[in-house]
Design a protein around this ligand. Structure first.
Ligand SMILES: Cc1cc2nc3c(=O)[nH]c(=O)nc-3n(C[C@H](O)[C@H](O)[C@H](O)COP(=O)(O)O)c2cc1C
Length: 430
Protein backbone atom coordinates (compact mmCIF):
# COMPACT_ATOMS: atom_id res chain seq x y z
CA UNK A 1 0.00 0.00 0.00
CA UNK A 2 1.40 3.41 -0.96
CA UNK A 3 2.25 5.70 1.91
CA UNK A 4 -0.31 8.21 0.63
CA UNK A 5 -3.02 5.61 0.89
CA UNK A 6 -2.08 4.77 4.51
CA UNK A 7 -2.16 8.41 5.51
CA UNK A 8 -5.44 8.92 3.74
CA UNK A 9 -7.06 5.97 5.55
CA UNK A 10 -5.73 7.21 8.90
CA UNK A 11 -7.14 10.62 8.17
CA UNK A 12 -10.51 9.19 7.16
CA UNK A 13 -10.60 7.01 10.29
CA UNK A 14 -9.89 10.16 12.34
CA UNK A 15 -12.69 12.00 10.52
CA UNK A 16 -15.08 9.14 11.24
CA UNK A 17 -14.81 9.99 14.96
CA UNK A 18 -16.14 13.50 14.39
CA UNK A 19 -19.31 14.56 16.23
CA UNK A 20 -20.53 15.74 12.81
CA UNK A 21 -21.26 12.13 11.88
CA UNK A 22 -22.83 11.35 15.22
CA UNK A 23 -25.11 14.36 14.79
CA UNK A 24 -26.03 13.16 11.30
CA UNK A 25 -27.01 9.77 12.74
CA UNK A 26 -24.06 7.97 11.14
CA UNK A 27 -22.56 5.20 13.23
CA UNK A 28 -18.88 5.89 13.96
CA UNK A 29 -17.76 2.25 14.08
CA UNK A 30 -19.34 1.38 10.71
CA UNK A 31 -17.87 4.45 9.10
CA UNK A 32 -14.41 3.65 10.50
CA UNK A 33 -14.71 0.09 9.17
CA UNK A 34 -15.79 1.30 5.74
CA UNK A 35 -13.02 3.84 5.29
CA UNK A 36 -10.31 1.30 6.13
CA UNK A 37 -11.86 -1.50 4.03
CA UNK A 38 -11.94 -2.42 0.34
CA UNK A 39 -12.25 0.20 -2.36
CA UNK A 40 -15.99 -0.38 -2.67
CA UNK A 41 -16.33 -0.04 1.16
CA UNK A 42 -14.36 3.16 0.98
CA UNK A 43 -16.61 4.55 -1.70
CA UNK A 44 -19.63 3.84 0.55
CA UNK A 45 -17.74 5.58 3.34
CA UNK A 46 -17.21 8.63 1.12
CA UNK A 47 -20.93 8.71 0.37
CA UNK A 48 -21.66 8.80 4.11
CA UNK A 49 -19.14 11.59 4.64
CA UNK A 50 -20.79 13.50 1.83
CA UNK A 51 -24.19 12.99 3.42
CA UNK A 52 -22.93 14.22 6.80
CA UNK A 53 -21.37 17.30 5.22
CA UNK A 54 -24.71 18.24 3.69
CA UNK A 55 -26.71 17.83 6.91
CA UNK A 56 -26.99 20.63 9.44
CA UNK A 57 -26.36 19.75 13.04
CA UNK A 58 -29.74 18.68 14.46
CA UNK A 59 -30.34 18.90 18.18
CA UNK A 60 -32.37 16.03 19.60
CA UNK A 61 -33.98 17.78 22.58
CA UNK A 62 -35.01 21.34 23.37
CA UNK A 63 -32.48 21.57 26.19
CA UNK A 64 -29.59 20.97 23.77
CA UNK A 65 -30.18 24.30 22.02
CA UNK A 66 -27.51 26.92 22.55
CA UNK A 67 -29.37 29.70 20.75
CA UNK A 68 -32.70 30.05 18.97
CA UNK A 69 -31.14 29.18 15.61
CA UNK A 70 -30.56 25.59 16.79
CA UNK A 71 -34.32 24.99 16.49
CA UNK A 72 -34.60 26.10 12.87
CA UNK A 73 -33.16 23.02 11.08
CA UNK A 74 -35.14 20.67 13.35
CA UNK A 75 -38.35 22.57 12.59
CA UNK A 76 -37.51 22.51 8.89
CA UNK A 77 -37.02 18.75 9.12
CA UNK A 78 -40.42 18.28 10.82
CA UNK A 79 -42.60 20.78 8.93
CA UNK A 80 -43.98 19.92 5.44
CA UNK A 81 -42.27 21.92 2.68
CA UNK A 82 -45.35 23.97 1.70
CA UNK A 83 -45.95 25.02 5.32
CA UNK A 84 -42.25 25.73 5.75
CA UNK A 85 -42.52 28.04 2.74
CA UNK A 86 -45.41 29.88 4.43
CA UNK A 87 -43.20 30.40 7.49
CA UNK A 88 -40.00 31.57 5.84
CA UNK A 89 -41.34 33.63 2.98
CA UNK A 90 -40.81 37.32 2.54
CA UNK A 91 -41.73 39.13 -0.67
CA UNK A 92 -39.92 39.28 -4.03
CA UNK A 93 -36.30 38.42 -3.14
CA UNK A 94 -36.93 38.62 0.65
CA UNK A 95 -34.78 41.76 1.00
CA UNK A 96 -36.81 43.17 3.91
CA UNK A 97 -36.17 39.99 5.90
CA UNK A 98 -32.43 40.47 5.36
CA UNK A 99 -32.70 44.17 6.25
CA UNK A 100 -34.45 43.33 9.54
CA UNK A 101 -31.49 41.23 10.68
CA UNK A 102 -28.87 43.61 9.33
CA UNK A 103 -30.53 46.53 11.12
CA UNK A 104 -29.45 45.30 14.53
CA UNK A 105 -25.82 45.12 13.41
CA UNK A 106 -25.92 48.86 12.69
CA UNK A 107 -26.02 49.53 16.43
CA UNK A 108 -23.30 48.72 18.92
CA UNK A 109 -23.63 48.45 22.69
CA UNK A 110 -22.14 51.03 25.11
CA UNK A 111 -21.94 49.01 28.31
CA UNK A 112 -21.12 50.66 31.63
CA UNK A 113 -18.82 48.99 34.16
CA UNK A 114 -18.71 48.53 37.91
CA UNK A 115 -22.44 48.62 38.53
CA UNK A 116 -23.84 46.15 41.09
CA UNK A 117 -25.69 43.71 38.83
CA UNK A 118 -26.23 40.94 41.36
CA UNK A 119 -29.99 41.46 40.90
CA UNK A 120 -31.42 42.07 37.46
CA UNK A 121 -35.14 42.44 36.88
CA UNK A 122 -36.33 41.99 33.28
CA UNK A 123 -40.03 42.26 34.08
CA UNK A 124 -42.34 44.81 32.44
CA UNK A 125 -45.88 46.01 32.97
CA UNK A 126 -48.15 46.33 29.93
CA UNK A 127 -51.77 47.50 30.38
CA UNK A 128 -51.61 46.72 34.09
CA UNK A 129 -50.26 43.16 33.75
CA UNK A 130 -46.73 42.24 34.75
CA UNK A 131 -44.81 39.93 32.42
CA UNK A 132 -41.50 38.27 33.21
CA UNK A 133 -39.82 39.96 30.24
CA UNK A 134 -40.69 42.48 27.48
CA UNK A 135 -40.50 39.63 24.92
CA UNK A 136 -43.85 39.34 23.12
CA UNK A 137 -45.11 36.36 21.09
CA UNK A 138 -46.20 38.07 17.86
CA UNK A 139 -49.40 37.01 16.12
CA UNK A 140 -48.65 34.30 13.57
CA UNK A 141 -51.45 32.65 11.61
CA UNK A 142 -52.23 28.93 11.20
CA UNK A 143 -49.89 27.53 13.85
CA UNK A 144 -51.35 24.04 13.53
CA UNK A 145 -49.58 24.00 10.15
CA UNK A 146 -46.35 23.78 12.16
CA UNK A 147 -47.33 21.48 15.04
CA UNK A 148 -50.52 19.59 15.88
CA UNK A 149 -51.07 21.66 19.04
CA UNK A 150 -50.36 25.01 17.36
CA UNK A 151 -51.39 28.08 19.34
CA UNK A 152 -52.44 25.95 22.32
CA UNK A 153 -48.87 24.76 22.84
CA UNK A 154 -47.68 28.34 22.45
CA UNK A 155 -50.26 29.56 24.97
CA UNK A 156 -49.04 26.97 27.47
CA UNK A 157 -45.46 28.08 26.84
CA UNK A 158 -46.52 31.71 27.35
CA UNK A 159 -48.17 30.68 30.62
CA UNK A 160 -45.16 28.69 31.84
CA UNK A 161 -42.79 31.61 31.13
CA UNK A 162 -45.28 34.42 31.74
CA UNK A 163 -45.15 36.15 28.37
CA UNK A 164 -47.64 38.23 26.41
CA UNK A 165 -49.14 36.26 23.52
CA UNK A 166 -50.94 37.98 20.65
CA UNK A 167 -53.38 35.68 18.82
CA UNK A 168 -53.89 36.09 15.07
CA UNK A 169 -57.29 36.50 13.38
CA UNK A 170 -56.22 33.54 11.24
CA UNK A 171 -55.15 31.42 14.22
CA UNK A 172 -56.10 27.74 14.17
CA UNK A 173 -57.20 27.98 17.83
CA UNK A 174 -60.10 30.04 19.15
CA UNK A 175 -59.45 32.97 21.44
CA UNK A 176 -61.47 31.29 24.18
CA UNK A 177 -59.29 28.14 24.03
CA UNK A 178 -56.09 30.19 23.81
CA UNK A 179 -57.03 32.22 26.89
CA UNK A 180 -57.91 29.02 28.79
CA UNK A 181 -54.54 27.47 27.87
CA UNK A 182 -52.68 30.72 28.65
CA UNK A 183 -54.46 30.89 32.01
CA UNK A 184 -54.93 34.63 31.42
CA UNK A 185 -55.77 37.12 28.71
CA UNK A 186 -54.09 37.18 25.33
CA UNK A 187 -54.29 40.15 22.96
CA UNK A 188 -56.20 39.73 19.69
CA UNK A 189 -54.74 40.71 16.32
CA UNK A 190 -57.36 41.96 13.88
CA UNK A 191 -57.48 41.62 10.11
CA UNK A 192 -60.50 43.59 8.93
CA UNK A 193 -63.06 41.79 6.75
CA UNK A 194 -64.82 43.21 3.68
CA UNK A 195 -68.00 43.51 5.79
CA UNK A 196 -67.96 45.82 8.84
CA UNK A 197 -70.64 43.78 10.65
CA UNK A 198 -68.35 40.77 10.51
CA UNK A 199 -65.30 42.75 11.56
CA UNK A 200 -67.35 44.03 14.50
CA UNK A 201 -68.14 40.43 15.45
CA UNK A 202 -64.41 39.62 15.55
CA UNK A 203 -63.83 42.62 17.80
CA UNK A 204 -66.77 41.87 20.10
CA UNK A 205 -65.85 38.22 20.43
CA UNK A 206 -62.30 39.10 21.50
CA UNK A 207 -63.69 41.63 23.98
CA UNK A 208 -66.14 39.08 25.47
CA UNK A 209 -63.35 36.50 25.74
CA UNK A 210 -61.43 38.95 27.94
CA UNK A 211 -58.74 40.29 25.61
CA UNK A 212 -57.56 43.66 26.97
CA UNK A 213 -56.24 44.86 23.60
CA UNK A 214 -56.88 44.58 19.92
CA UNK A 215 -53.97 44.86 17.50
CA UNK A 216 -55.15 46.10 14.09
CA UNK A 217 -52.72 45.02 11.36
CA UNK A 218 -52.52 47.58 8.57
CA UNK A 219 -49.51 46.55 6.51
CA UNK A 220 -51.01 43.91 4.21
CA UNK A 221 -53.88 45.79 2.66
CA UNK A 222 -52.34 46.05 -0.82
CA UNK A 223 -51.21 42.43 -1.11
CA UNK A 224 -47.80 40.78 -1.02
CA UNK A 225 -45.71 38.89 -3.56
CA UNK A 226 -44.58 35.81 -1.62
CA UNK A 227 -42.31 34.11 -4.12
CA UNK A 228 -40.37 31.99 -1.63
CA UNK A 229 -43.64 30.47 -0.43
CA UNK A 230 -44.62 29.50 -3.96
CA UNK A 231 -41.16 28.05 -4.68
CA UNK A 232 -41.08 25.96 -1.49
CA UNK A 233 -44.52 24.63 -2.33
CA UNK A 234 -43.08 23.02 -5.45
CA UNK A 235 -40.93 20.84 -3.17
CA UNK A 236 -44.06 19.43 -1.49
CA UNK A 237 -45.44 16.38 -3.27
CA UNK A 238 -48.83 16.73 -1.57
CA UNK A 239 -51.75 18.49 -3.25
CA UNK A 240 -52.83 21.64 -1.36
CA UNK A 241 -56.43 21.02 -2.41
CA UNK A 242 -56.45 17.69 -0.54
CA UNK A 243 -56.44 19.60 2.76
CA UNK A 244 -57.41 23.16 1.84
CA UNK A 245 -60.72 23.90 0.14
CA UNK A 246 -59.78 25.20 -3.28
CA UNK A 247 -56.09 25.03 -2.36
CA UNK A 248 -54.23 28.09 -1.18
CA UNK A 249 -54.01 31.33 -3.15
CA UNK A 250 -51.79 30.72 -6.16
CA UNK A 251 -49.19 33.04 -7.73
CA UNK A 252 -50.82 36.26 -8.81
CA UNK A 253 -53.55 36.03 -6.18
CA UNK A 254 -52.77 38.71 -3.64
CA UNK A 255 -54.56 40.29 -0.77
CA UNK A 256 -55.62 39.50 2.74
CA UNK A 257 -57.88 36.82 4.15
CA UNK A 258 -59.97 35.81 1.18
CA UNK A 259 -62.37 33.38 2.77
CA UNK A 260 -61.22 30.44 0.68
CA UNK A 261 -60.64 28.04 3.53
CA UNK A 262 -61.64 29.15 6.98
CA UNK A 263 -62.55 25.74 8.35
CA UNK A 264 -59.55 25.62 10.64
CA UNK A 265 -59.74 29.28 11.65
CA UNK A 266 -62.23 29.55 14.50
CA UNK A 267 -62.40 33.36 14.44
CA UNK A 268 -63.57 33.27 10.82
CA UNK A 269 -65.46 29.98 10.67
CA UNK A 270 -67.92 30.96 13.39
CA UNK A 271 -69.13 34.33 12.14
CA UNK A 272 -72.87 34.73 12.58
CA UNK A 273 -74.80 35.92 9.50
CA UNK A 274 -76.00 39.53 9.91
CA UNK A 275 -77.17 42.15 7.40
CA UNK A 276 -74.08 42.82 5.33
CA UNK A 277 -72.33 46.18 5.64
CA UNK A 278 -69.76 46.03 2.81
CA UNK A 279 -66.88 48.45 3.04
CA UNK A 280 -66.45 51.12 0.42
CA UNK A 281 -62.75 51.15 -0.44
CA UNK A 282 -60.02 49.94 1.86
CA UNK A 283 -59.56 51.15 5.45
CA UNK A 284 -58.19 54.62 6.15
CA UNK A 285 -57.32 56.27 9.47
CA UNK A 286 -61.02 56.74 10.35
CA UNK A 287 -61.19 52.96 10.64
CA UNK A 288 -58.90 53.07 13.68
CA UNK A 289 -61.26 55.52 15.34
CA UNK A 290 -64.19 53.33 14.36
CA UNK A 291 -62.58 50.33 16.06
CA UNK A 292 -61.83 52.43 19.12
CA UNK A 293 -65.46 53.62 19.30
CA UNK A 294 -66.68 50.00 19.02
CA UNK A 295 -64.78 48.47 21.92
CA UNK A 296 -63.56 48.98 25.45
CA UNK A 297 -60.32 47.21 24.54
CA UNK A 298 -57.19 49.27 23.97
CA UNK A 299 -56.45 49.66 20.27
CA UNK A 300 -52.96 49.08 18.86
CA UNK A 301 -51.96 49.60 15.22
CA UNK A 302 -49.50 47.06 13.81
CA UNK A 303 -47.27 47.58 10.80
CA UNK A 304 -46.19 51.23 11.11
CA UNK A 305 -42.74 52.29 9.94
CA UNK A 306 -42.93 56.10 9.82
CA UNK A 307 -43.22 58.99 12.28
CA UNK A 308 -46.13 60.46 10.28
CA UNK A 309 -48.25 57.34 10.67
CA UNK A 310 -47.35 57.05 14.35
CA UNK A 311 -48.70 60.57 14.85
CA UNK A 312 -51.90 59.70 12.93
CA UNK A 313 -52.38 56.53 14.96
CA UNK A 314 -52.30 58.53 18.18
CA UNK A 315 -54.60 61.21 16.74
CA UNK A 316 -57.13 58.47 15.92
CA UNK A 317 -57.10 57.00 19.41
CA UNK A 318 -54.46 54.25 19.36
CA UNK A 319 -52.97 53.33 22.72
CA UNK A 320 -50.02 51.65 21.12
CA UNK A 321 -48.03 50.97 17.98
CA UNK A 322 -46.32 47.85 16.67
CA UNK A 323 -43.29 49.03 14.72
CA UNK A 324 -43.34 46.09 12.38
CA UNK A 325 -43.08 45.15 8.71
CA UNK A 326 -44.83 41.81 9.13
CA UNK A 327 -41.48 40.04 9.37
CA UNK A 328 -40.65 41.20 5.83
CA UNK A 329 -43.77 39.53 4.42
CA UNK A 330 -45.62 42.66 3.34
CA UNK A 331 -43.45 45.06 1.32
CA UNK A 332 -40.00 44.51 -0.07
CA UNK A 333 -36.95 46.81 0.22
CA UNK A 334 -38.05 48.47 3.47
CA UNK A 335 -35.68 49.69 6.13
CA UNK A 336 -35.25 47.34 9.06
CA UNK A 337 -37.80 47.93 11.79
CA UNK A 338 -35.05 48.85 14.26
CA UNK A 339 -33.95 51.62 11.86
CA UNK A 340 -37.55 52.94 11.78
CA UNK A 341 -37.83 52.89 15.55
CA UNK A 342 -36.01 56.15 16.49
CA UNK A 343 -38.22 58.41 14.34
CA UNK A 344 -41.35 56.76 15.72
CA UNK A 345 -40.17 57.04 19.33
CA UNK A 346 -39.43 60.71 18.71
CA UNK A 347 -42.91 61.29 17.25
CA UNK A 348 -44.75 59.36 19.96
CA UNK A 349 -43.14 61.29 22.85
CA UNK A 350 -44.33 58.75 25.43
CA UNK A 351 -48.00 59.01 24.42
CA UNK A 352 -48.34 55.37 23.34
CA UNK A 353 -46.88 51.95 24.05
CA UNK A 354 -44.32 50.93 21.42
CA UNK A 355 -43.64 47.34 20.41
CA UNK A 356 -40.83 46.50 17.97
CA UNK A 357 -40.64 43.28 15.95
CA UNK A 358 -38.83 41.93 12.91
CA UNK A 359 -35.61 39.92 12.88
CA UNK A 360 -35.25 39.74 16.67
CA UNK A 361 -33.15 36.64 17.38
CA UNK A 362 -30.82 37.43 20.31
CA UNK A 363 -30.74 39.13 23.68
CA UNK A 364 -28.60 41.89 22.20
CA UNK A 365 -31.34 42.63 19.61
CA UNK A 366 -33.93 42.92 22.38
CA UNK A 367 -31.63 45.16 24.41
CA UNK A 368 -31.03 47.45 21.41
CA UNK A 369 -34.78 47.73 20.73
CA UNK A 370 -35.43 48.67 24.35
CA UNK A 371 -32.55 51.13 24.41
CA UNK A 372 -33.92 52.84 21.32
CA UNK A 373 -37.27 53.35 23.02
CA UNK A 374 -39.45 50.26 22.55
CA UNK A 375 -41.51 49.17 25.57
CA UNK A 376 -41.73 45.60 24.31
CA UNK A 377 -39.97 43.54 21.67
CA UNK A 378 -41.72 40.83 19.65
CA UNK A 379 -40.55 37.59 18.11
CA UNK A 380 -42.26 35.66 15.34
CA UNK A 381 -40.45 32.88 13.52
CA UNK A 382 -38.10 31.86 16.40
CA UNK A 383 -40.89 30.59 18.62
CA UNK A 384 -42.37 28.73 15.65
CA UNK A 385 -38.96 27.07 15.14
CA UNK A 386 -39.22 25.93 18.77
CA UNK A 387 -42.83 24.83 18.31
CA UNK A 388 -42.14 22.97 15.07
CA UNK A 389 -39.10 21.27 16.57
CA UNK A 390 -40.38 20.18 19.99
CA UNK A 391 -43.92 21.53 20.53
CA UNK A 392 -44.60 23.46 23.74
CA UNK A 393 -41.22 22.48 25.16
CA UNK A 394 -39.47 24.00 22.15
CA UNK A 395 -41.47 27.24 22.27
CA UNK A 396 -40.71 27.48 25.99
CA UNK A 397 -37.02 26.84 25.41
CA UNK A 398 -36.89 29.67 22.85
CA UNK A 399 -38.39 32.06 25.40
CA UNK A 400 -36.00 30.84 28.10
CA UNK A 401 -32.95 31.28 25.85
CA UNK A 402 -33.97 34.81 24.83
CA UNK A 403 -34.61 35.77 28.46
CA UNK A 404 -31.27 34.34 29.58
CA UNK A 405 -29.48 36.21 26.81
CA UNK A 406 -31.30 39.47 27.60
CA UNK A 407 -30.52 39.21 31.31
CA UNK A 408 -26.88 38.57 30.54
CA UNK A 409 -26.66 41.65 28.30
CA UNK A 410 -28.41 43.67 31.01
CA UNK A 411 -25.86 42.54 33.60
CA UNK A 412 -22.93 43.13 31.26
CA UNK A 413 -24.22 46.61 30.36
CA UNK A 414 -24.86 47.53 34.00
CA UNK A 415 -28.63 47.95 33.57
CA UNK A 416 -30.52 46.27 36.40
CA UNK A 417 -34.07 46.92 35.17
CA UNK A 418 -35.81 47.43 31.83
CA UNK A 419 -36.46 51.13 32.56
CA UNK A 420 -32.71 51.65 32.95
CA UNK A 421 -32.03 50.55 29.38
CA UNK A 422 -31.83 53.98 27.78
CA UNK A 423 -30.39 55.36 24.49
CA UNK A 424 -26.97 55.97 26.11
CA UNK A 425 -26.43 52.19 26.06
CA UNK A 426 -26.28 52.00 22.25
CA UNK A 427 -24.46 53.89 19.56
CA UNK A 428 -24.90 53.88 15.78
CA UNK A 429 -21.93 52.36 13.99
CA UNK A 430 -20.35 54.81 11.57
C1 LIG B 1 -45.82 32.58 9.24
C2 LIG B 1 -46.16 33.96 9.69
C3 LIG B 1 -47.47 34.30 9.87
C4 LIG B 1 -47.81 35.58 10.31
N1 LIG B 1 -49.12 35.88 10.52
C5 LIG B 1 -49.45 37.09 10.97
C6 LIG B 1 -50.80 37.40 11.25
O1 LIG B 1 -51.68 36.56 11.11
N2 LIG B 1 -51.08 38.66 11.68
C7 LIG B 1 -50.10 39.61 11.84
O2 LIG B 1 -50.41 40.73 12.23
N3 LIG B 1 -48.81 39.34 11.63
C8 LIG B 1 -48.45 38.10 11.20
N4 LIG B 1 -47.15 37.80 11.01
C9 LIG B 1 -46.10 38.81 11.34
C10 LIG B 1 -45.67 38.67 12.81
O3 LIG B 1 -46.69 39.07 13.67
C11 LIG B 1 -44.43 39.50 13.13
O4 LIG B 1 -44.65 40.83 12.76
C12 LIG B 1 -43.15 38.97 12.44
O5 LIG B 1 -43.17 37.57 12.36
C13 LIG B 1 -41.92 39.41 13.21
O6 LIG B 1 -40.78 39.10 12.48
P1 LIG B 1 -39.86 37.79 12.74
O7 LIG B 1 -40.64 36.63 12.23
O8 LIG B 1 -38.64 38.10 11.95
O9 LIG B 1 -39.59 37.69 14.22
C14 LIG B 1 -46.79 36.54 10.56
C15 LIG B 1 -45.46 36.19 10.39
C16 LIG B 1 -45.13 34.91 9.96
C17 LIG B 1 -43.68 34.55 9.83
Amino acid sequence: MAIDDVSRRKFLAFLAGSPLFIAAGIDHASLARLVSGSSSDRSKGFDLIDQAAKQPHLIRAANQALDVFDFEPVAKHNIPAAHWGYLITGTDDDATITANRDGFAKWALRPRRLVDVSHVDASVELLGTTYSTPIVLCPLGSQKAFHAEGELAVARAAKARNHLQVLSTVATTSIEDAIAARGGPVWFQLYHLPDWNQTKQLIKRAESAGAPAIVFTVDLIGGSNRLTMFRERLADARQCADCHIGGQPMPGVTGRVDGRDNRRKPALSRLVPTPAMPEVGTPTWDYVKRIRDTTTMKVFVKGLVTAEDAELAIEHGASGIFVSNHGGRADNTLRSTVECLPEIVKAVRGRAIIELDGGVRRGTDIFKGLALGANAVGVGRPYIWGLGAFGQEGAEAVLAILRKELEMVMRQAGTTSISRITPEYVVART
